[in-house]
Design a protein around this ligand. Structure first.
Ligand SMILES: [Zn+2]
Length: 162
């Protein structure tokens, strides 16, 4: 975007990589984890645990809501899904592993991915993190950038893309 730099979207995690990431944490690539990641990786999704639970149930998957919660937490801790807060502060889960930001419409709850602008050859978040680390000596977590705004649809205009 900025400086005409487009990041290549990173590929979704492959099964071998997922297995490796989980094994490094002493975790198995269990069936619930396969089912959850499989669903999330079908397209860009931002779902709550409850939405995911209901969608899986409709597909005939026999996972309880607490199993879905538990495993989303495990997958988020392992960095295989990202957790962020939706329009009303609810936890949403995202399988897109590439660095990206979110715009959220507080009225409709619509979430859209945004490619980070590049600053000095780094995505904005990474740039900000190293900048703050240099200034403070702190070790900064990966920043999650979420902006609120009104989608064109909400304002009664035609959506420009999608
Ligand atoms: Zn996202």
């Amino acid at each position: 975007m900025v400086n005409g730099v487009e990041r290549q979207p990173e590929r979704p995690w492959g099964p071998a990589e997922i297995r490796e990431v989980l094994r490094a944490r002493g975790l198995r690539y269990s069936r619930p984890r396969r089912v959850i990641l499989g669903y999330l990786s079908e397209q860009d999704r931002h779902v709550s645990a409850e939405t995911l639970y209901l969608a899986l149930k409709q597909r005939g998957e026999d996972l309880s809501l607490s199993t879905v919660y538990l495993n989303l937490g495990v997958l988020a801790d392992a960095g295989l899904v990202r957790e962020f807060n939706g329009a009303n502060g609810e936890a949403l889960y995202d399988s897109n592993p590439s660095e990206h930001y979110h715009v959220i419409c507080p009225e409709t709850g619509e979430v859209r991915d945004v490619t980070p602008p590049m600053i000095d050859g780094q995505p904005l978040g990474s740039f900000l993190r190293s900048y703050v680390e240099r200034q403070t000596g702190w070790q900064i977590d990966e920043p999650h950038v979420t902006l609120r705004g009104r989608a064109p649809r909400t304002r009664g205009e035609a959506e420009s893309s999608d």
